[in-house]
Write a protein that binds this ligand. Structure first.
Ligand SMILES: Nc1nc2c(ncn2[C@@H]2O[C@H](COP(=O)(O)OP(=O)(O)OP(=O)(O)O)[C@@H](O)[C@H]2O)c(=O)[nH]1
Length: 301
């Protein structure tokens, strides 16, 4: 018997994950990569960076680009930077995954549809299938979806189900090009630990403040040092107003303590070693409207 790796040619491809906010793009990326490289939360618009997750399956390697949700409501400096990121990402990829919520095509979805490239394959991921019972109810909607344009595939699934993510990888495989891999076999992400630390803290911040905190709040890692096994991290949560600062800190500092503790636990699990985490809350009013500040905080590539 010959081993499959010796006679199966290697394949490699870059895959953009696009869709309006909250359809489940980050959840999907995490499921496809099988590790927590992107953050998820109930709050819309939590993904601001292009995040590369890499997954290798047999002879095939997929490099994923997670793009921010489309901004159609608030057009200030921050959102312009985000939209440029989406357009840039689509120009470089081999395959596009357009994520929709099963049964819904909102005006914001149509905005995304308009920028889908004509010259490369687009697979529609019809996500959150678990919310539709019985599934047959979806059939007329799927037929309507198929009329919108030519799609390479339409895949109803749940990003929260491992088996579905695995099935999607198999469906995507033929769309990769034959050729060498772009990354090591065990690579998960090309993002630094410093970046991942900021993402984890930002996830806890939004999870534990619910919808009270405006999405313009952010996290900056001010210091990241490794001393033997220990990572010593100093982070700042930047908010727009003093009222938001009080909200993050919470009564008697309880909320900030919980945010820090949960973030530290996740970082320790991801980095596989002890973490000393110090978190400050700082006010910087109107930063999201200030182009220079947006650049300084790293939202432009
Ligand atoms: N029921 C159900 N919920 C899901 C599924 N996939 C994602 N979700 C939930 O949908 C919400 C949004 O998921 P995200 O992955 O953060 O969505 P996103 O598209 O990355 O959002 P932005 O970062 O705002 O662009 C979260 O509460 C997820 O838990 C699914 O298959 N089924």
């Amino acid at each position: 018997m010959t081993s499959p790796s010796s006679d199966t040619p290697r394949r490699f491809g870059t895959v953009a994950i696009v869709g309006r906010p909250n359809v489940g793009k980050s959840t999907l990326l995490n499921a496809l990569v099988g590790a927590k490289v992107s953050i998820t939360s109930h709050k819309a618009q939590t993904t601001r960076h292009r995040i590369l997750g890499v997954t290798t399956r047999g002879a095939s390697q997929f490099a994923f680009v997670d793009t921010p949700g489309f901004q159609t409501q608030h057009m200030h400096a921050l959102n312009r930077a985000m939209n440029r990121t989406v357009t840039g990402a689509l120009g470089e990829v081999d395959l596009v995954l357009w994520v929709l919520e099963a049964g819904k095509i909102l005006p914001q979805d149509r905005t995304v549809l308009e920028v889908l490239p004509d010259d490369r394959p687009v697979i529609v991921v019809v996500n959150k299938l678990d919310r539709i019972t019985p599934r047959e109810k979806l059939l007329p909607w799927l037929a309507e979806l198929g009329q919108l344009r030519t799609f390479a595939e339409i895949v109803p699934m749940s990003a929260q189900k491992k088996a579905d993510a695995s099935r999607l990888l198999a469906i995507m495989e033929p769309y990769l090009r034959e050729g060498e891999w772009g990354y090591e076999e065990d690579a998960l992400t090309d993002r630094s630990e410093r970046f991942l630390a900021a993402e984890i803290l930002r996830e806890k911040l939004f999870r534990l403040t619910g919808d009270e905190l405006p999405y313009t709040s952010t996290v900056v890692i001010e210091q990241f040092a490794q001393e033997g096994q220990l990572r010593r991290i100093s982070a700042a949560i930047i908010v727009d107003r003093d009222g938001h600062k009080a909200m993050v800190i919470g009564a008697g500092g309880e909320r900030l303590k919980r945010i820090s503790t949960e973030a530290r636990q996740d970082m320790q699990a991801l980095f596989d070693g002890p973490v000393f985490l110090e978190v400050w809350v700082k006010t910087r009013s109107g930063w999201a409207d200030d182009q220079a500040a947006v650049r300084a905080f790293g939202y432009e590539d």
